[in-house]
Design a protein around this ligand. Structure first.
Ligand code: FAD
Ligand code: MLT
Ligand code: ZN
Length: 471
C-alpha cells in the first residue's frame, strides 16, 4: 500500500489525498445518512488527465474506485463499502463551465459543476438548462448523468439522458474517451454515451459533458389545484396536455398525508387550498408568447376542469414569490421526511392508465398489513413517477419498526409494481439499495446482458463494484 500512496503522490498534490478519518467523514456517509462506509482514501483530482492516471494506478494495484459527485444520491451508489480498501474519487474540483455554444444551443461543463451553477450560467446567456431537482444546490452534473436524474421538468424536457449530447469518460483502463461533439444526430454504431449515462459509476468515470440548452420562457404560471381522486388527477393532466401541449412544464402530485408531514416540520408551508384536499396538484405552464397569453390559457383550462367536475379548488400564484413558495412546498417534502427520521423510499413508475388502481389497491394493502403507517406518496405524476415512501406509525420506535418491516414493505410495494408493469427505480437509480432486487425485476436475460457489459468494460471490477450489478 505504501507504493500505491507513493505513486499517487506523483499524480496529486498531497492536500488532495485525504486519509484522515475526520477528513474523509463527509465523503463516507450519504445525504440521507442511510449508507456509511470506510474508505482507504478520498482523492480530489483537478482534471481528466489526473482522473485517468488515478484509474490506471488503481488498476495496477487492484484497488476499487467509488466515483462521487455531490453525494446526494438516494441509493448509496456513491458511498464506499466498509472494507477500508476502496478509494472515493470525488469530482468537486472539476467544476468549470468550459463553453457555451450559442448557435448550437449547448453548454459544455466539467462533471463536478453544481447543477444550479449550470442553470445560472445558462440563464445569464438567455437560456434555460431545464434539469431541476430539490438537490440542485449541491448535486453535480456528473452525478446527475451517472444516475440519469429526473426531477420536475422531465414532462417537457426529458431526464438527464435526454439533455445530454456528448460525454468525456475515463474508462476502467484509465483511457480517456472524448465524445464531446455535441451532435444531435450521430448513428455511428453503438451509443457509448447512452451506455455511460445511468451506469452509476460502474462502467466509467464521467469527466465532462455537452448538454442541451433551450430558450428561456417569457412567462411561467404556477397553480395549486385540489382533486378528489387520482382518476380526476389524470383527467386533469390529460386536459392540460390537450389544451396546453408543450406549454405544460410541471405536473406534481402531493397527498394530504405528505403535506401534513411537511407542515409539521415547516409550518410556513400551509396548503392555501380549501378543506385539506386528498390530492394537491402543482401545475406549471411556461410560454414563449406573452404573459397574458399563458395566464388566459391557464384560466380557461381551470374553468373547463371545474365545469367537468374534475377539480374542487385552485389557487393561481399571483407573484413570482408565491410561485416559488408553491415549488418550495413541494420540494420540502423530502426535507420533512429527513427531519421526521428514517423512512422507506420507493421511487417507482406505473403506467398512467393503471395509476389510480395501483394507488387505491396498494394503499389498502399497506394500511391493512401495517396499521398506522404513514404513506408519504408524492411525486412527478405527469411522468407516472411516485415517491411512495413509508414512514413508521407516529410514536413507535422508527429504527425497530424499519428493521422489522423493511423487507415486507419493499416486497409488498415491489410486488404491486410488477403486477402493474411498472419500474422499481424511476429516477434515483439502483446503487446498493436495490442491487438485490434488480435480477427479479429485470429478468434473467436483461440482467445477464448487464453483467456481460460490466465484464466487458470493467473486467477487473474496479469501478464501483457491487453497485447496480455484482459480477
Ligand atoms: P452522487 O450521489 O455523488 O452519486 C450518484 C451515483 O453516481 C453514484 O453511483 C456515483 O458513483 C455516481 N457518480 C457520481 N459522479 C460520477 C461521475 N462523474 N462519473 C461516474 N459516476 C458518477 N433525484 C432525481 O432524479 N429527481 C429528484 O427530483 C431528486 N430530488 C432530490 C431531492 C433532494 C433533497 C435530494 C437530497 C436528492 C434528490 N434526488 C433526486 C437524488 C439525487 O440528487 C440525484 O440522484 C443526483 O443526480 C445525484 O447527484 P450527485 O452529484 O449527488 O451524485
Ligand atoms: C423528489 O422528487 O423530491 C425526490 O426525488 C423524492 C424523494 O425524496 O423520495
Ligand atoms: Zn423525484
Amino acid at each position: 500500500m505504501q507504493t500505491f500512496f507513493h505513486q499517487l503522490s506523483h499524480i496529486l498534490d498531497q492536500k488532495y489525498i485525504l486519509t484522515d478519518d475526520q477528513d474523509m467523514a463527509p465523503y463516507s456517509t450519504d445525504w440521507r445518512k442511510r449508507f456509511s462506509g470506510k474508505a482507504l482514501a478520498v482523492v480530489l483530482p483537478g482534471c481528466s488527465n489526473e482522473v485517468a492516471a488515478i484509474v490506471k494506478l488503481c488498476a495496477e494495484h487492484h484497488i476499487a474506485i467509488v466515483p462521487q459527485g455531490g453525494h446526494t444520491g438516494f441509493c448509496g451508489g456513491a458511498t464506499p463499502d466498509n472494507s477500508g480498501k476502496q478509494i472515493v474519487l470525488n469530482l468537486k474540483r472539476m467544476n468549470q463551465i468550459l463553453a457555451v455554444d450559442i448557435a448550437n444551443q449547448t453548454i459544455t461543463v466539467q462533471a463536478g459543476c453544481i447543477l444550479q451553477n449550470i442553470q445560472e450560467a445558462a440563464a445569464e446567456r438567455g437560456f434555460l438548462f431545464p434539469l431541476s431537482l430539490g438537490a440542485e444546490g449541491s448535486c453535480m452534473i456528473g452525478g446527475n448523468l451517472a444516475t440519469n436524474a429526473g426531477g420536475t421538468n422531465v414532462l417537457r424536457y426529458g431526464n438527464a439522458r435526454d439533455l445530454c449530447l456528448g460525454l468525456e469518460v475515463v474508462t476502467a483502463k484509465g483511457e480517456i474517451w472524448n465524445g464531446l461533439k455535441g451532435l444531435r444526430k450521430d448513428n455511428t454504431g453503438y451509443d457509448l454515451r447512452d451506455l455511460f449515462v445511468g451506469s452509476e459509476g460502474t462502467l466509467g468515470i464521467i469527466t465532462s459533458a455537452v448538454m442541451k440548452l433551450y430558450p428561456l420562457p417569457i412567462s411561467q404560471w404556477t397553480t395549486l389545484v385540489a382533486t378528489e381522486s387520482i382518476a380526476h388527477t389524470i383527467a386533469l393532466l390529460n386536459l392540460f396536455q390537450k389544451r396546453a401541449s408543450s406549454l405544460l412544464t410541471g405536473f406534481e402530485m402531493m397527498t394530504h398525508e405528505s403535506l401534513a408531514l411537511n407542515e409539521k416540520h415547516f409550518p410556513q408551508f400551509k396548503n392555501p387550498l380549501n378543506g385539506e384536499p386528498p390530492f394537491t396538484i402543482l401545475v406549471e405552464l411556461s410560454d414563449h408568447e406573452s404573459e397574458a397569453h399563458v395566464r388566459q390559457l391557464l384560466e380557461t383550462i381551470l374553468e373547463e376542469a371545474f365545469t367537468a367536475g374534475i377539480i374542487a379548488d385552485a389557487v393561481i400564484a399571483n407573484s413570482l414569490a408565491q410561485a416559488n413558495t408553491f415549488w418550495h412546498m413541494r420540494e420540502h417534502i423530502t426535507l420533512a421526511q429527513a427531519e421526521e427520521g428514517a423512512n422507506l423510499k420507493h421511487d417507482i413508475t406505473i403506467p398512467l392508465s393503471s395509476l389510480d388502481e395501483f394507488i387505491c389497491e396498494t394503499d389498502g394493502l399497506m394500511r391493512n398489513k401495517f396499521p398506522g403507517v404513514r404513506i408519504i406518496n408524492f411525486g412527478h405524476l405527469g411522468d407516472g413517477n411516485l415517491h411512495y415512501n413509508i414512514a413508521p406509525p407516529e410514536g413507535v420506535d422508527q429504527k425497530t419498526f424499519n428493521t422489522n418491516n423493511e423487507k415486507a414493505i419493499h416486497e409488498l410495494i415491489y410486488g404491486q409494481v410488477e403486477r402493474f408493469h411498472g419500474s422499481i427505480s424511476a429516477e434515483h437509480g439502483v446503487g446498493q439499495l436495490k442491487l438485490a432486487d434488480l435480477r427479479g425485476h429485470k429478468g434473467d436475460v436483461a440482467h445477464d446482458l448487464m453483467k456481460a457489459l460490466k465484464r466487458a468494460l470493467d473486467p477487473q471490477n474496479i469501478l464501483n463494484p457491487n453497485k447496480v450489478v455484482s459480477i
